[in-house]
Design a protein around this ligand. Structure first.
Ligand SMILES: [Zn+2]
Length: 207
């Protein structure tokens, strides 16, 4: 991650609607800007008091511009990660430890030239990785639902914002490097497809 700065250092003014939304949940959370033109947003797992947005959200991308409503959607989603965090962090560390242990077991079985153990340990490693992928994707959907049901983003605003993101990613063909992650990207990047996220959100009815 590039060095993070306050929005004002890039001449970015965070709309007051966005600040009001943050204050509704936790006024100590601050927005920090990452210096990249790519689209990137995250609530880092190690620091629940910041939401990181890339400079890309405040640039124009070939006629596509992210307006206040779009920033609201993205911040609402990241707030979801922060507010719902404790449940996910527990599952994340459990699966992380399981992955570490089965990796060590694979190395030991190789050193001992035991093909049977190697097979069983590789199989369990694969299961833990699948589980990690599952809980990560599930967490994205949970944060999306939070944005709609708790942060009162409308389904139309959500759809508009994510359609813009999809279009920019398609145009810039940098889909692989990105996107809206709740966790440190050096570990992995497991996200549901944007189209799937829009469909899931559209199936929600406000209670
Ligand atoms: Zn997310």
């Amino acid at each position: 991650m590039n060095k993070l700065k306050d929005p004002i250092e890039y001449g970015i003014v965070i709309p007051k609607e966005v600040n009001n939304l943050i204050n509704k949940f936790d006024s100590t959370i601050k927005i920090k800007i990452e210096d990249t033109s790519k689209l990137l947003a995250q609530a880092p797992i190690h620091n629940s008091k910041i939401i990181v947005l890339s400079r890309g959200f405040f640039n124009e991308h070939k006629n596509i511009k992210f307006i206040t409503n779009d920033i609201l959607v993205i911040v609402a989603h990241e707030l979801g990660h922060i507010v719902l965090k404790s449940h996910f962090v527990k599952l994340f560390w459990i699966s992380f430890i399981c992955i570490a242990i089965s990796s060590i077991c694979i190395i030991i079985s190789l050193l001992c030239l035991s093909m049977k153990d190697f097979f069983y340990n590789s199989f369990s490693l694969m299961l833990f990785l699948l589980y990690l992928g599952y809980i990560s994707r599930n967490e994205e959907i949970r944060a999306d639902k939070f944005a709609i049901l708790k942060a009162n983003v409308s389904i139309e605003e959500f759809t508009q914002c994510f359609s813009k993101i999809e279009t920019v990613l398609e145009k810039e063909d940098n889909r692989k490097n990105i996107f809206i992650s709740s966790i440190n990207k050096t570990f992995f990047n497991f996200h549901p497809e944007i189209k799937q996220r829009i469909l899931t959100v559209q199936s929600l009815t406000k209670k």
